[in-house]
Write a protein that binds this ligand. Structure first.
Ligand SMILES: Cc1ncc(COP(=O)(O)O)c(C=O)c1O
Length: 426
C-alpha cells in the first residue's frame, strides 16, 4: 500500500495543522482527542464555528433523526421542510423577541460569500461604488471581501488590484484615540477627497485583526454618520455572532439596528457550512438568482441550526453563558494584574477575549506551551501577537477556569516574572 507522509498530498496553503500538528480523531463538547490518546480543552472552537461545543447531543439527535428518515440533503434553494423550520424558528426565537425586521438570504455556505452578497447589494441599492472598511478588518478571502480585509498576508495573495474600498481607522488604531472624529470628518467634509460610500462595513470586535473591541461611542458615531450620508451599515457578525460576545448579535450591546448583517460560522451550531445575510426589507432589491450558488440549501445545516436556536430559549444555557462571561472577565483581569509588568493588554468582549502580548514569538511560545499542557487556542492580530480564547459558550465554568489556569501557567513560563528585590535588614 502507498504510504503517504502526513502532508505529502496537501498544498502548502494549510495553516492550523502547522500550529496543532497532531492527528485529531474525535471531540465531545469542550474536549478534542488525538490519535495518541491525548485530550485538549478547546478554546479554539473551529475559529468560532463551534459556539455550542463539539457534537452537542441535542443537535446530533436532530441530525441523526433527519438522516434516518431520508430527509432531503441537497436542494439548492427549493423549499424544504428543514429550510422552512429553520426560518420559522429564526423569526420566532431570534428576530421577533429583538424587534428585528429582516429578510433572510441564504448565500453560498461560507462567511466570505455572505460578505460578497452584502457588498453587492449595498452597491446595487445605493448606486455607489465605494465601501468603507477599517484598519485590521478581516472579512474573508474571496476578492470582494478580500478588498475589505486589511491584513496584508491575505491581501498579498490576491494577484489583482483590490479596490472600491475606503480604508479608515478602527477604534483604537491611533494612540491618540478619537478615530470616530477622523472618520466623521473624512466622510462628511467636502474636500476630504472621499467619494460618498455605499456602505460602512465592520466587525464590532475585530477577530482575526486582534480582538479589537469598538466602544459604544465609536459604533453610535458610525451609525450617525452613515444615516447622515445615506450609506448602509453592514455588520459582519460571522465571528462575533451567535452569542460569542454575550447576546446573540454583538450589535445588541449598542442598541443599534444594522441595515445588513452577515452570519456564518456558528449559525449551524454543529460546524456544518452555512451562511446568511439579513436584509432590511426595503433593501431586498435582488432580482431572482442575481447572487446564487449550488450550496445554498445545506439541509443538514438547517436541521442543526434550527435545533441550536433552542438554546436561546433555555434558561440553563443562558444562565451558564452569563456566568461564563463574568468568570472570563474576572479571571482575565486577575491574569492581567499578574502580568502587568510585561505590558500585556486585555482584549475583546464576552467569550471572545484574550491578551495582546506584544511580540509574535512570545505569543507563539505561550500557545505552544499551553497546547503541551492540554489547551488549544489560536493567536491572531496583524502581528500574530494576540492570544485569542474562544471556549464553548456553555462550557462548564470549572473547566473554563481550569483552561484559564493553563493559560496563566503558560504565560508564567514564557513571560519571566521580575525577580523579587531582596530588602536588606540593615
Ligand atoms: C469576521 C469574519 N468575517 C468573515 C470571515 C470569512 O469567513 P469564511 O472563512 O467562512 O469565508 C471570517 C473568518 O474567519 C471572519 O472572522
Amino acid at each position: 500500500m502507498l504510504n503517504l507522509s502526513r502532508y505529502e498530498l496537501e498544498s502548502n496553503v494549510r495553516t492550523y495543522s502547522r500550529d496543532y500538528p497532531e492527528i485529531f480523531s474525535r471531540a465531545q463538547h469542550a474536549f478534542v482527542y488525538d490519535t495518541q490518546g491525548r485530550h485538549y480543552i478547546d478554546f479554539f472552537c473551529g475559529a468560532g464555528a463551534l459556539n455550542y461545543g463539539h457534537n452537542s447531543p441535542h443537535l446530533k439527535r436532530a441530525l441523526l433523526e433527519y438522516i434516518e428518515r431520508d430527509g432531503i440533503v441537497h436542494s439548492l434553494d427549493l423549499y424544504t421542510e428543514a429550510r422552512q423550520e429553520f426560518l420559522k424558528r429564526f423569526r420566532e426565537m431570534i428576530l421577533v423577541p429583538r424587534h428585528l425586521d429582516y429578510r433572510v438570504q441564504f448565500t453560498g455556505p461560507t462567511g466570505t460569500n455572505a460578505i460578497e452578497a452584502a457588498l453587492k447589494l449595498a452597491r446595487k441599492v445605493t448606486g455607489r461604488r465605494q465601501v468603507v472598511a477599517f484598519t485590521n478588518a478581516f472579512h474573508g478571502v474571496s476578492l470582494g471581501a478580500l478588498a475589505a480585509t486589511a491584513l496584508h498576508h491575505n491581501r498579498n495573495a490576491a494577484g489583482v488590484q483590490l479596490d472600491q474600498i475606503i480604508r479608515l481607522p478602527f477604534d483604537g488604531f491611533f494612540d491618540t484615540g478619537r478615530e470616530i472624529d477622523y472618520v466623521r470628518s473624512m466622510l462628511t467634509t467636502p474636500g476630504s477627497g472621499i467619494d460618498t460610500p455605499a456602505a460602512i462595513l465592520l466587525e464590532t470586535v475585530q477577530g482575526e485583526g486582534g480582538l479589537n473591541a469598538a466602544s459604544a461611542e465609536f459604533i453610535e458615531g458610525l451609525f450617525a454618520v452613515a444615516r447622515e450620508i445615506g450609506a448602509l451599515v453592514i455588520i459582519d457578525e460571522i465571528q462575533t455572532g451567535c452569542g460569542r460576545t454575550g447576546p446573540f448579535f454583538s450589535f445588541e450591546h449598542f442598541g443599534v439596528v444594522p441595515d445588513l448583517v452577515c452570519l456564518s460560522k456558528s449559525i449551524s451550531g454543529f460546524g456544518l457550512p452555512m451562511a446568511l445575510l439579513l436584509i432590511k426589507p426595503e433593501y431586498d432589491q435582488w432580482k431572482p438568482g442575481e447572487h446564487n450558488g449550488t450550496f445554498r440549501g445545506n439541509n443538514f445545516a438547517f436541521v442543526t441550526a434550527a435545533a441550536a436556536l433552542d438554546f436561546w430559549e433555555d434558561s440553563s444555557f443562558l444562565d451558564l453563558l452569563r456566568a461564563n462571561v463574568t468568570q472570563m472577565r474576572k479571571r482575565l483581569d486577575q491574569i492581567f494584574d499578574r502580568f502587568a509588568f510585561a505590558n500585556v493588554v486585555r482584549k475583546g468582549r464576552g467569550l471572545f477575549a484574550g491578551f495582546e502580548i506584544g511580540e509574535r514569538t512570545l505569543a507563539t511560545e505561550i500557545r505552544i506551551e499551553a497546547f503541551r499542557q492540554g489547551l488549544m487556542f489560536e493567536t491572531c492580530g496583524s502581528a500574530g501577537s494576540v492570544l485569542k480564547f474562544l471556549p464553548p459558550l456553555n462550557i462548564d465554568t470549572n473547566l473554563l477556569d481550569h483552561g484559564l489556569d493553563l493559560v496563566e501557567q503558560a504565560m508564567a513560563s514564557v513571560l519571566a516574572e521580575p525577580a523579587l528585590v531582596a530588602v536588606g535588614t540593615n
